[in-house]
Design a protein around this ligand. Structure first.
Ligand code: B16
Ligand code: MG
Length: 218
């Protein structure tokens, strides 16, 4: 049987932790007198914690010391983790478990490809950690999406050529990263936002088993 590498982003693809990132950043930004909107928030999706704070500070035209920067990052993460601690498997997005089980049944290698340093903890919380052959997250890479490092590393760990990898992503930065890794990008979310993806679906309920079989047999 043909083997492809299936790489899943975490936040916004497997679980809707994007809303918790938004709430935590919003609260932190407010505490230093900065506000940002949903459109700006799209630019934070898939982007590392450091880069996210740099962007928020740019929007607010604020310069701070390195110590203050580190303190704000840790405050944001504490707030974010307070939401994560209450998560359970009811927060897995529709048909994600079904898709993972389908791929496992078809003996397809599966990796996580997330920018988050909290990825393992979240997957454990929602009882999905065992479904993955590899976990590549923010602790394993030094360059944030749109750099392709996270996906290239996942392909290497799965021992699958990059052209045979398929990436599920909800962020503009992540779709760009998958495209520049020479992989097939599948956008999960808004068609207007993710227009650079090779294929776009609102969520996994829209993706048929036939479509996945075709990708496997290509
Ligand atoms: P953390 P993904 C990304 O995860 C999020 O989309 C992004 O908003 C966040 O800043 C980044 O992880 C870092 O997360 O603060 O938990 O290390 O979408 O690549 O799974
Ligand atoms: Mg994401």
């Amino acid at each position: 049987m043909n083997k492809k590498g299936f790489i899943f982003d975490l936040d916004g693809v497997i679980v809707d932790t994007a809303k918790y990132h938004f709430l935590a950043w919003k609260q932190l930004a407010k505490s230093i007198g900065i506000d940002f909107n949903h459109e700006q928030n799209e630019q934070l999706k898939g982007v590392s914690r450091v880069r996210s704070l740099e962007k928020i500070l740019e929007w607010g035209n604020k310069e701070i010391s390195r110590d203050q920067f580190m303190a704000l990052m840790s405050r944001k993460n504490d707030e974010y983790l307070s939401y994560i601690s209450k998560m359970n498997d009811s927060e897995i997005l529709p048909d994600v478990s079904k898709m993972l089980d389908f791929l496992i049944n078809k003996q397809q290698p599966i990796s996580l490809g997330s920018a988050s340093k909290n990825a393992r903890q979240i997957l454990k919380k929602v009882s999905l950690l065992e479904k993955f052959n590899a976990i590549v997250d923010g602790n394993d890479v030094s360059k944030a999406k749109p750099d392709p490092e996270v996906f290239l590393t996942a392909a290497k760990v799965l021992e699958i050529e990059t052209k045979d990898c398929i990436v599920f992503e909800d962020s503009v930065a992540g779709v760009k990263a998958a495209n520049s890794a020479n992989m097939i990008s599948i956008g999960i979310g808004d068609k207007d936002v993710l227009r650079e993806a090779n294929y776009i679906f609102s969520d996994f309920t829209e993706i048929s088993e036939d479509f996945i079989e075709q990708l496997i047999n290509k």
